[in-house]
Design a protein. Structure first.
Length: 210
């Protein structure tokens, strides 16, 4: 287990790597003092669809020319993204072993309108931890710490950008995926993918194997 609390960003249906960090420690601090970072997992996730990886992005209200504190980022409901996301998730996972079991836990996030992105993400995180059985204590940063000055810091290294350096402390275990026969195993997708395909075995798949 990590000695220092692991620092993580807020994330929308975070990837498996993110949850593996949660499982590897006894305490996590969510970053609440940073400025919003675009094109990250803060407002997007990646699922496995019939045609391959599909990205789902939560639109946010932009402030032109102004930095946005992450706690103040509002979700943009001028477009029907909730309907699109739920339809995409249902289409991708309705034939998975555990989708029917968890559907009633997932659907409410697409029926209620949270004002702030941080609040939506936190509710998803805590609900997912409860479903999987992750008991890691979740707190918040007291102030902003630059990336080069924080130990156990994964706020900016867990990213969908392929240019990021590999994480030597994480290895994506293979597991059953609905569309693996079409495009082989797709690693490090959203925790939704693991949950719908592995269900009660998800926790074991998140533990680092030596």
């Amino acid at each position: 287990m990590e000695a220092e609390p692991v620092k993580l960003s807020t994330a929308y249906w975070a990837p498996i790597q993110y949850y593996a960090k949660l499982v590897s420690t006894t305490a996590v601090l969510l970053e609440q003092h940073e400025h919003y970072v675009k094109q990250t997992y803060r407002n997007r996730c990646r699922i496995a669809a019939a045609n391959g990886v599909q990205s789902l992005t939560v639109p946010v209200v932009k402030r032109h020319g102004e930095k946005m504190p992450i706690r103040e980022v509002r979700i943009d409901y001028s477009e029907t993204w909730q309907r699109r996301h739920w339809r995409a998730i249902e289409t991708a996972y309705r034939s998975s072993p555990f989708f029917a079991y968890y559907a009633d836990d997932i659907r409410p996030f697409y029926e209620k309108k949270e004002t702030f992105l941080f609040d939506l993400n936190e509710k998803i995180l805590r609900a997912t931890c409860e479903l999987i059985g992750i008991n890691t204590a979740i707190g918040y940063t007291a102030q902003f710490c630059p990336p080069d000055g924080c130990p156990a810091d994964y706020r900016y290294s867990i990213t969908p950008k392929i240019s990021c350096a590999p994480d030597a402390g994480f290895h994506s275990q293979t597991y059953y995926q609905v569309f693996a026969h079409l495009h082989s195993f797709l690693p490090d997708l959203s925790i939704l993918d693991l949950l719908c395909n592995e269900g009660t075995q998800s926790l074991d798949k998140l533990r680092v194997k030596n």
